[in-house]
Design a protein around this ligand. Structure first.
Ligand code: B12
Length: 258
């Protein structure tokens, strides 16, 4: 039965144009800092993890083009996630819930808005789609680091795909060196604040600083602040969601690029 389920789900995923996918049972998903999956979805049995190739847009120094490649991918992957979830519900009579590709995230000072409810990287590892590299990202055997993941949780019981036994990272250190914030200096940990400063310069931190200064300023200064490019960038990032301004650790990784 579960082989048939896997085959039908796989056929559907491929028909959507998704590059690769894998399955992890809920018990094989081990994300030490995440809540139990059953607290989110009582009765969850498996995770279907989809893998998508990042476009070459990430190579562009033009940040509108680089981010647009990601926005296209986020829109595509969000729609694939929904379609797969509905396929599981409609055709396989399952229950299914989708995990955000990036946001919404729980927002609090404690987590700095940087800890998701379900970790797509740990799900991808458990589904045999890759393993962690020196940059704390998951490397896929063919797509390398230029890959993002989405996850659909379901109450269907499907066995996990086998993990990838060999480490895919070659420890070249290019990711560490290319990080403008030094966020990867300590092995096994991304310094979130250092990463965010470069990765999302118009994120919540910048917003809080901007509006705090605005509140303390005289009217003339406030008018100048609103006419400044900085505010215009904040405005754009606020209206399109998180806007990434750095792709270095993802794009410099040589694995899969040879
Ligand atoms: C919040 C978030 C961020 C935050 C904080 C990330 C963080 N906590 O490390 C910030 C803004 C800094 C960020 C940055 C980036 N992100 Co981000 N991010 C997320 C998001 C939404 C949630 C991550 C999370 O909270 N996970 C759960 C927590 C509990 O995980 P964690 O325990 O913190 O995991 C860390 C450690 O435990 C450690 N770890 C765990 N097990 C192991 C095992 C070994 C052997 C090692 C060495 C380390 C290790 O690695 C993790 C990173 O430090 C995910 C999507 C998702 N839902 O998963 C995307 C996600 C992780 N991001 C992604 C990407 C691509 C990026 C960026 C390249 C930005 C960009 N331009 O796209 C950078 C890369 C930064 C880096 N090198 O670490 C991809 C990663 C794809 C991949 N190939 O792995 C994801 C999965 C999005 C997606 N849907 O594909 N991100």
């Amino acid at each position: 039965m579960s082989d048939d389920v896997k085959e039908r789900a796989g056929e559907f995923v491929r028909s959507l144009g998704v590059e690769d996918f894998g399955i992890a049972t809920a018990s094989d998903y081990r994300s030490p800092r995440s809540p139990e999956l059953s607290s989110i979805f009582p009765g969850v049995k498996s995770l279907v993890v989809l893998a998508y190739k990042e476009l070459s847009s990430c190579d562009s120094e033009n940040m509108q083009i680089a981010m647009n490649g990601r926005l296209d991918l986020m829109e595509f992957s969000r729609s694939c996630n929904y379609k797969l979830a509905r396929f599981l519900e409609r055709e396989l009579k399952a229950r299914a819930m989708t995990v955000p590709v990036s946001y919404p995230l729980p927002m609090s000072r404690e987590t700095l808005g940087a800890v998701a409810d379900v970790s797509a990287r740990h799900a991808a590892v458990a589904a045999g789609l890759g393993n962690f590299g020196r940059h704390n990202l998951v490397i896929h055997p063919e797509m390398g680091t230029r890959v993002i993941f989405t996850v659909v949780m379901t109450d269907l019981e499907i066995p996990s795909d086998p993990p990838i036994p060999e480490r895919l990272c070659n420890d070249c250190g290019d990711c560490v060196e290319s990080c403008p914030g030094g966020a990867l200096d300590e092995e096994g940990r991304t310094d979130v604040l250092k990463c965010l400063r470069h990765n999302q310069p118009y994120g919540i931190g910048a917003n809080i600083r901007f509006w705090s200064k605005f509140a303390e300023s005289a009217v003339e200064e406030q008018q100048k602040m609103l006419a400044d490019d900085f505010y215009w960038k904040l405005y754009q990032a606020g209206s399109i969601g998180f806007q990434y301004f750095c792709f270095n650790c993802l794009k410099v990784c040589p694995i899969g690029q040879e």
